[in-house]
Design a binder for this molecule. Sequence first.
Ligand code: 6MZ
Length: 348
Amino acid sequence: SVLGAPDNPGGLAWRALSSAQQEFIKALPKAEVHAHLNGCIPLACLQELARDHAFNGGSMTAEVQRGLAVLETGVVLSEISDFFGLFPAIYALTSTPPAVKKATQAVLASFLSTSPPQCQYIELRTTPRKTPHMTAEEYLSTVLDVIESFEGRAALILSVDRRMSVDDVSRYVELAKTLKREGRAIVGVDLCGDPLTGNMEDFAPILASVHDAGLKLTLHIAETPQNDEPDTLTLLSAKPDRLGHATFLTPAAQAIVRREKIPVEICLTSNVLCKTVPSLQDHHISDLLLHQHPVVICTDDTLPFRNSLFEEYALLLAPPPLGLGFAEVEVERIAREGMGTTFRSTKD
Ligand code: 6MZ
C-alpha cells in the first residue's frame, strides 16, 4: 500500500473521504518535487538494508539501533531540531553504492510504480555524501543511473546542506553543473539541512551561479521562526525558482515572493508533525491560495512522517477539521498548477 500510518493527519483525512473522492485523488495527474531521498526510503527497504548491512559485517552501533527503532515505531517530534538526529542511522545503512542503488530504486518505485502511481513525475533531491566506501561522485552517479532508468519520469535535484563548509558547497555546486553539462538527468540545486545552522551570506552567490549552467534553484527558506529576515532576504538574493516551506516569511520577504510569484513547495504533514505550524487549519497554504500564489503539494520525508502524496491531497479535500475542505475543482487546479512548477525544461 502507498498509504502511511492510519493515525497521522493525512491517514485520518484519507479515511474521511468517500471512495469516489479517493478515486478522484488517485486519478489526478500530480508532480512530486520536494522529496528527500534518504527521508523517503520505504520502511521495508530500510529493514532490508539493515539486514544487508549486518550480513556484510557492518556494525550496528547503539545510535543506529535507536534510530531504526524510532523509525519502525513512528516518530514523535517535539520540535524540528529532533528531526535531524534521525539521519545518522539512515546514513549508516546507505553508505555503499549497492545500498544507495537499492534505496533509490525503492524510493522511486514507491512514487512511480504503484498502481496507480502517486505521481506522474518526480524531482528527487539528495545531498551528495562521501563515505569510506564511495566518493560523492560515485554516490551521485549511482542515484542518477537509477533515476535515468525511469526514462523522463524522474529527475535529480542536488541538495547542499546548510551545515556544509563554503568550500564543499562550491565543490558540489560545480559538480551539479558538470553533471548537467554531461547530459545527466539533473534539473536543479537545493539548499536543505537544519534551518538553525549556517551563514547564508557566503552561500548565496554560489547558489545563484547554478542558473548560468541552465540549472534551477530551490531553497528551504524561513522554515522556522528562528530564520530571521536577513537570512531569508540573503537567500532570496540568489533568485530561487521555487521555495521550500516559506512558513515564516517576514512582510519584506513576502513582498518579494509575491511580486516574483515564486512557487512554494507545500509539505503539510511535515510542517504539522515538525510543529512549525500550530495546526493544519493555520497552515500558510490557505493564505497563499487566497492570494492566488503558485504552490505544489509534496511529501518531504515519507519514512519518518509515514505520509504519501495521496494523503497530502486528502488533506486538501477532506472537510475541516481533518482537512482544508477545498472543492474537487480547486484540488484539481492545485495539482495542475503544481505540474507547472517543475524544473523540466519544455524541450525535454
Ligand atoms: C530541511 C531537510 C528536511 O539529502 O540525504 N532534510 N532539511 N528541512 C527538512 N524538513 C523536515 N527534511 C530532510 O535526505 C536527507 C536530508 O534531507 C534534509 C536533511 O539535511 C537530511 O539529512 P538526503 O537524501
